[in-house]
Design a protein around this ligand. Structure first.
Ligand code: KIV
Ligand code: ZN
Length: 385
């Protein structure tokens, strides 16, 4: 059976850039947008144009620059926001306006001081108004994760009737469990009239560390667009990480969907975003962290040296990492020492390996990591390279 496509919607430049300290200037945003285009993302949310003149300028310039992806601008369900968003994306080859409103009881009561009926009307009016400018209008039901499913279905049905092409179901506060989020998507698929006229999108935050799991569950239950950011950056604990969700889909072919992402560009893109935003990637971050393909305990190192697949489910080259690394620490065994010695040109006999291993352990206990220069110093007294 042919795989269905999942559209990758990158919001690094909008939800990701909302993080304190991650501010980028227009040139930097354009550079990241071009990298995302090369990476193969389908939609780039370039910013929230009403928020500042700088954001408007960035969305406008990105719209003029990109050739392939849809360029999307965020707005609230407010006419003036939509006017400015429309103006910012009007030079894009494929423009989209992303508009919406809070739908949970908490948002309706405490944020909007409104009623469900009024919120539904405002959502529909916003979609209708945005349709005057662009054909492609995405609606977000903010805090959908904590919204009652029956009301959610009602408002989603109404915005689709008003012309929404994509309906975004954000777990804004990262509250949902994967099973519940998946059931929410399934509920919409089964209870919203004309749901097939729109694409269902996931937009999951990571407050409980479940953003990727929730997005994948959403896809398994019928969503066909995923909103995510490079390195998972975003408000508070972040958004769904693009690289994680893309690699989950690639690893698990039984989900039967595929993306347009050129996975070999994941690591270089992660590095670019991290450097430009001044946001280091945690070493143990899945797929792109510096330890994601490095092995340090003796048992694992021995296994990887025998066959990489003993401890790696992804070939590092597939995500743009040159090779796995065998890190020498006091937990390393002889196999690792021999492997690294060979890489430096030392062919150790069994006896030489045994002798150097004892000295290696003494050194490794003193140092966190034994580097190539330490190894040269250690081995050159025993053998000649
Ligand atoms: O998390 C969220 O609900 C959002 C919306 C504005 C799409 O970022
Ligand atoms: Zn968000």
């Amino acid at each position: 059976m042919a795989k269905e496509q999942v559209y990758i919607f990158d919001t690094t430049l909008r939800d990701g850039e909302q993080v304190p300290g991650c501010k980028l200037n227009t040139e930097e945003k354009i550079e990241i947008a071009l990298q995302l285009e090369h990476l193969g993302v389908d939609i780039i949310e370039a910013g929230f144009p009403i928020s500042s003149p700088g954001d408007f300028e960035a969305v406008d310039k990105i719209s003029r620059t990109l050739k392939t992806p849809i360029v999307c601008a965020l707005s609230r369900a407010v006419k003036e926001d939509i006017n400015i968003a429309a103006e910012a994306v009007k030079r894009a080859i494929r423009p989209r306006i992303h508009t919406g409103i809070g739908t949970s009881d908490i948002h309706i009561r405490y944020k909007l001081n409104s009623t469900p009926e009024e919120v539904l009307k405002r959502g529909v009016a916003a979609v209708k108004y945005a349709k005057k400018f662009v054909e492609d209008v995405e609606f977000y039901a903010e805090d959908a994760g904590r919204t009652n499913n029956v009301f959610l279905a009602e408002i989603i049905e109404a915005v689709i009737a008003a012309g929404a092409t994509v309906v975004n179901i954000p777990d804004t506060t990262g509250y949902c469990l994967p099973e519940d989020y998946g059931k929410k998507i399934r509920f919409l698929k089964e209870n919203v009239k004309h749901i097939d006229k729109a694409i269902i999108s996931t937009h999951c935050h990571n407050d409980l560390g479940l953003a990727t799991a929730n997005s994948v569950s959403g896809i398994q239950h019928g969503a066909r667009q995923v909103e995510c950011t490079i390195n998972g950056i975003g408000e508070r604990a972040g958004n769904t990480s693009l690289e994680e969700v893309v690699m989950v889909l690639k690893q698990h072919s039984n989900i039967n969907v595929s993306s347009n992402i050129n996975t070999q560009m994941l690591f270089p893109t992660s590095q670019l975003v991290s450097e430009m935003m001044g946001m280091p990637v945690q070493p143990n971050k899945a797929i792109v962290g510096s330890n994601a393909f490095s092995h340090s305990s003796g048992i694992h190192q021995d296994g990887v040296i025998k066959n990489r697949e003993n401890y790696e489910i992804i070939d590092p080259k597939e995500v743009g990492v040159t090779e796995s690394s065998i890190v020498l620490t006091a937990r390393s065994g002889r196999a690792a020492l021999n492997y690294r010695a060979k890489k430096l040109g030392y062919n150790l006999s069994k006896e030489e390996l045994n002798n150097s291993y004892q000295n290696f352990l003494i050194l490794a206990d003193k140092k966190k990591e034994v580097e190539d220069n330490d190894l040269h110093a250690l081995l050159s007294t025993i053998v000649t390279a």
